[in-house]
Structure formats: C-alpha cells, structure tokens
Design a protein around this ligand. Structure first.
Ligand code: 9WO
Length: 275
C-alpha cells in the first residue's frame, strides 16, 4: 500500500548557556532516531551568541538584592527574535515559546499531545537563581514544569519535554500510526504512555520463569491470550487504584472494569478494621 501517513514533524529550538549538555541526548535513543528519520529537528542555540558585549554577558545581579545572579532579558529576546526569522514555517505566527520553570503548568500526557500538534517549539532553559520575569511575561507564550522539585537549570526539563513530545509523532515508535490513536492490535499499556486509556502499566516479565524464588505469574505462561489480556487489564486497574487513585477519574473504563474496581473497594473495606 502507498504511504498515506500524514507528514508531521516538529522543529525544536533550544536556548541554553550549556549547548554541549545536549550532545549525548541527540546522540542516543529516541531523539537521535527521530532526527535521523526526519520527524524531529533539534537545533541548539548558545545564549551567549545573542549577547552584544565583549564579555558575552548573560546574567546580572538581582534588583532588590539577594544571592546569586539572574538571566538578563536582552539576550533571550534577541535569541527568540533571531530564531523566529529562521527555520520552517517562518511566516506562521506566533511562534510557541516555552519557558521551562517550576512555576509553569505541570507537564502530563495531555500537554505532551497538545505540544506534539505544533510544528515548531522554542524551549528556553533558565539557569542561576532565576530568569528575569519579563521573559515569562513578555516573551514566553507558555511556561512548563516537569515536576514539583527544583533543578539547577531548565536543560533536563527541556530534554524531557522533547522526548515526551517526539515519541508521539507518527513513525517515531516504528508504528506508522500516531501512538495516541487507539489501535486494536496495540497491547494494553502501550498506546498513550500512561498505559492503555489513562491507566498505569501492567507488570512485565521475561525469562527465566523462576528467578531467585520469584515466579512469573502462571497465566502469562498459559498461552491463553484472552486470559492474559484480562489479567493485564486487571493488574493495570489494581495498580492504578492502589498507587494513583487520582488517575482513575479520567480513565476510560468499561462495565467489567467498574465491577472490578468495586471488588477492589469491597476487598479493602473488609480487610480494613476502620471500615
Ligand atoms: C529556586 C527556589 C528556591 C526555593 C523555592 C522555590 C524556588 N524556585 C527556584 C527556581 O525556580 N530556581 C530555578 C532553578 C532558577 C532557574 C533555573 N532553575 C530551574 C529549575 N530551571 N528550570 C527548572 C525546572 C524545574 C522543573 N521543571 C521545569 C524546570
């Protein structure tokens, strides 16, 4: 059959004071494969190339006092303006500009899918004690956090965003369909990164069938594909119920799933003396 897959690719422009940091990320794994395959284009820009003084100054002392240094606005504005004049889709406006910061909206699979719909993404990596707030208010169109912890800078967060977005692009995971499209042939737990339909993944095993007294569940060795599918589904639901009950509100559940959750609830109520 002819290739009917839509052409979808994303160009990332990363602005950083540590361009060499990204060498290993682009040299291995999914991002390397997607670059070679043309689904992702990753361009790393040294913030110092957008300074105008002979010391290539990117930081300055904070107004109001306090420890450490703050990234100056001018080089970041100049960098985004220069990047906006180059690359694919130059005439498409506005260019999405993401500042990675703990103050941003918390990254999840839904946001990764939203970003995977863009053809270009500029990622700004902060450093030092912070970034001049005018970058957040007057330059960035979006602010994203990868979790509620403090890092030394935005570079690792930018790499996380690029990997989460790139694996969603058609053709990157080997499957020609976009992985967010539900597919009958897809095993549970492989279609949206949170397990099938917003659940945590089921457990996985490989050989040997017994290792240091720990056995692989019998059903997985049975060859009964219907029983295996039901077991995996129930494991995914049970683990989500035990570890991340918040995810179950959003999950797509059928009548059998709901019945199983009810059983989990009953079982925990009877083994719980408080209930
Ligand atoms: C430091 C700090 C200390 C006490 C309370 C809150 C605080 N926030 C910060 C902070 O944001 N420091 C930044 C560290 C300064 C700029 C570079 N840093 C950073 C962290 N850049 N990006 C992140 C990050 C963390 C999680 N998700 C995305 C980006």
């Amino acid at each position: 059959m002819m290739d009917l897959r839509p052409i979808r690719d994303v160009t990332f422009d990363v602005i950083t004071i540590f361009p060499e940091f990204f060498a290993s990320i682009l040299d291995y794994g999914l991002l390397k494969r997607a670059s070679a395959g043309g689904q992702a284009s990753i361009r790393i820009h040294d913030l110092r190339d957008f300074t105008e003084d002979r010391h290539r100054t990117v930081d300055d002392r904070p107004f109001g006092g306090g420890p450490g240094m703050v990234l100056k606005p001018e080089p970041l504005f100049r960098a985004v303006e220069a990047i906006g004049k180059t690359g694919p889709g130059v005439l498409e406006r506005p260019l999405p500009v993401i500042l990675l910061s703990p103050q941003g909206r918390l990254l999840n699979q839904r946001i990764a899918e939203e970003l995977a719909g863009e053809s270009r993404l500029v990622l700004i990596c902060g450093r030092y004690e912070g970034v001049d707030e005018r970058v957040a208010t007057g330059l960035a169109t979006d602010e994203i956090s990868i979790g509620d912890y403090v890092l030394a800078g935005g570079e690792l967060a930018a790499a996380v965003v690029m990997e989460a977005v790139t694996r969603l692009l058609p053709g990157v995971l080997g499957n020609e369909e976009s992985p967010r499209q539900d597919s009958f042939s897809e095993p549970a737990g492989k279609d949206d990164g949170l397990g099938a339909r917003g659940l945590l993944d089921c457990p996985h095993y490989t050989r040997p069938p017994e290792f240091r007294g720990m056995s692989v569940p019998e059903v997985l060795l049975s060859g009964d594909h219907g029983a295996i599918r039901r077991w995996r589904r129930r494991q995914a639901i049970a683990r989500t119920w035990q570890r991340r009950r918040d995810l179950l509100q959003q999950a797509t559940l059928d009548a059998e799933d709901v019945k199983f959750i009810d059983e989990l609830r009953r079982a925990s109520a009877t083994s719980n003396t408080e209930d």
